[in-house]
Design a protein around this ligand. Structure first.
Ligand code: SF4
Ligand code: SF4
Length: 79
């Protein structure tokens, strides 16, 4: 079950392949066009969203933000 939605505005994609090369978890693949093939692997590192030259990739959490924070950081005890 994916934790993040990975959306590309395909109409503006230049097919440069940068997202395929930089994603650490192989979320994208390039054939004739770039595709989101392993959305469940997305860690929301945001490298693709920030570095896509066309700024057409959007990463949004699917699960509740509070659950995401619990998963990543556990229960933080603040002073
Ligand atoms: S980095 Fe952006 S423009 Fe390049 S292939 Fe990926 S989605 Fe398309
Ligand atoms: S946010 Fe990171 S892990 Fe997720 S698709 Fe983009 S580069 Fe891959």
């Amino acid at each position: 079950m994916p934790k993040f939605k990975v959306v590309i505005d395909y109409s503006k994609c230049s097919r440069c392949g940068l997202c395929v090369r930089i994603c650490p978890t192989s979320v994208f693949e390039m054939e004739d066009v770039v595709r989101v093939v392993r959305e469940e692997n997305c860690l929301a590192c945001l490298a693709c969203e920030i570095l896509c030259p066309k700024k057409i990739i959007t990463i949004t959490p699917i699960i509740e933000k509070s659950k995401l924070i619990d998963e990543r950081y556990g229960t933080l005890k603040l002073p």
